[in-house]
Design a protein around this ligand. Structure first.
Ligand SMILES: [Zn+2]
Ligand SMILES: [Zn+2]
Ligand SMILES: [Zn+2]
Length: 139
């Protein structure tokens, strides 16, 4: 299933109506080859209103179709996602995110919360460094 088909099926379940500007936002996201910032998306869509771009990105993130990843410089980048709980390996050099899941890590986090009497509502684990392709290119 393509991203557009997946997005359509999830958006239909919440009664989302596809307007031309919203379609343009979705196409631009699909065309972005790398993790992008909302600012970059806005620049690539001069014909679409800022509020529409912001709202569409927020909605796609809420529907688990976009990952929202904080970078070390404080900026936020987004990337297409197939959803489900996962973590990221974030390359400092090329900016690509790789997703991974680790049930033991999640169990350990839940255990820490329990041990501290902490009511856990969510967690994010991001690993920062240099990806295998960039390491190979730099070596
Ligand atoms: Zn992700
Ligand atoms: Zn890299
Ligand atoms: Zn986790």
């Amino acid at each position: 299933m393509s991203f557009t088909e997946l997005a359509n099926s999830r958006l239909e379940t919440i009664g989302f109506r596809w307007t031309a500007p919203r379609r343009a936002v979705l196409r631009a996201i699909e065309a972005a080859g790398a993790p992008f910032t909302v600012e970059e998306l806005l620049e690539s869509l001069p014909e679409v209103g800022r509020a529409t771009v912001f709202r569409t990105v927020k909605l796609l993130h809420e529907l688990d179709l976009l990952c929202r990843v904080p970078l070390e410089d404080g900026s936020i980048r987004y990337q297409l996602s197939e959803g489900g709980h996962h973590h990221h390996l974030i390359c400092r050099r090329c900016g690509q995110f790789t997703e991974f899941t680790d049930l033991e890590l999640d169990a350990g986090i839940q255990e820490q919360a329990r041990a501290h009497g902490f009511t856990l509502e969510g967690h994010a684990v991001e690993l920062y460094g240099i990806c295998a392709a960039c390491s190979a290119a730099g070596a």
